[in-house]
Design a protein around this ligand. Structure first.
Ligand SMILES: Nc1nc2c(c(=O)[nH]1)N[C@@H](CN(C=O)c1ccc(C(=O)N[C@@H](CCC(=O)O)C(=O)O)cc1)CN2
Length: 291
């Protein structure tokens, strides 16, 4: 068997085109969605992501506000900037690029963002809303994975899903979204016993562990849909958490790295910014952009 490659780059481009059409419609009502991105320090990968976010925000017709601060910015100054963005009516979405430099309290920073502008979906209120099935802002990477899964599989109801990784950014919200779609969900992690055997029972396998080529073909149930969230920079270049060559022989479908989940992250950030703008203006949620 040779797995189908799920083309996240193409899907994300179509999603951004739909978002641009929504933004153009809002412009006729005098509304321009605004996204503020805050970057602290000089982490090279974060700089690339923030630059891409700014470019794609402008490409869909939204206003982009970039705030670049030194790595040694005191927490008080960062919280003061967030308070200013919370109060700014031109800003509908606020994102603080992670990871933060050492010494800053990530939870305090995230929870200082107004929940309705928290387009990352990391604020404790949005986490709780997602967990209890209420209207929330949903983290971008898992939302992108869900869109790819629904597009490929249709209904996820009754399918066995295994999520490897329990991070707040990907693993936990991914599990919540799969559960919401009536999959039977197991979250696995470094202490899970007999992980390969557990994975072999999965119709949907999501790998979000941050270890290059961790999941090999012999862990995969024949025909399973495999979502690779890993972005690992190695001497061999950028690789995922899934060993592509062996996985392709067994899986039914696989997201590649690069070009799978990664591009969906920024497209879903724009989707969330549009959703936040619609809600701020008392308009219905744009169709197909929220779970
Ligand atoms: N505040 C946040 N910080 C971080 C998030 C996030 O969602 N919110 N996620 C990641 C980084 N990230 C966006 O910020 C991100 C990662 C990867 C990609 C992407 O397009 N990847 C490409 C490869 C690009 C490359 O060469 O590096 C791909 O997989 O095809 C976009 C955004 C951590 N921080």
């Amino acid at each position: 068997m040779t797995a189908q490659i799920i083309d996240g780059t193409a899907f994300a481009a179509r999603l951004r085109a739909r978002i641009a059409a929504h933004v153009a419609k809002l412009a006729t009502q005098g509304i321009t969605p605004g996204l503020a991105v805050v970057l602290l320090g000089e982490d090279p990968a974060s700089q690339v992501y923030v630059r891409s976010k700014g470019r794609m925000t402008r490409e869909v017709g939204m206003a982009s506000f970039e705030h670049r601060l030194p790595a040694d910015t005191p927490q008080d100054a960062l919280l003061a900037l967030i308070a200013q963005l919370n109060a700014d009516p031109a800003v509908n979405g606020i994102l603080v690029q992670l990871p933060l430099p050492a010494g800053l309290d990530e939870a305090a920073v995230i929870n200082a963002i107004a929940p309705e502008k928290d387009v990352d979906g990391f604020h404790i209120l949005n986490v709780g809303r997602l967990a209890t099935g209420q209207k929330a802002m949903v983290p971008c990477t898992p939302l992108g994975c869900l869109m790819l899964l629904r597009d490929h599989l249709g209904s996820l109801a009754g399918l066995n899903a295994v999520v490897i990784g329990r991070s707040n950014i990907v693993g936990k919200p991914m599990a919540q979204l799969l559960l919401r779609d009536s999959a039977t969900v197991t979250i696995a992690h470094s202490r899970t016993s007999d992980l390969p055997d557990l994975c072999r029972r999965a119709d949907i396998l999501v790998a979000a562990v941050g270890r290059p080529n961790f999941v090999t073909g012999d862990w995969i149930r024949p025909g399973a849909t495999v979502i690779d969230v890993g972005i690992n920079r190695t001497e061999a270049g950028l690789v995922g958490d899934v060993d592509r060559a062996s996985a392709l022989q067994v899986a039914g479908a696989l997201t590649p790295v690069p070009g799978g989940v990664g591009p969906m992250t920024i497209a879903c950030l724009l989707a969330n910014t549009l959703t936040a703008t619609a809600r701020a203006n008392g308009l219905p949620d744009p169709e197909g952009l929220t779970p």
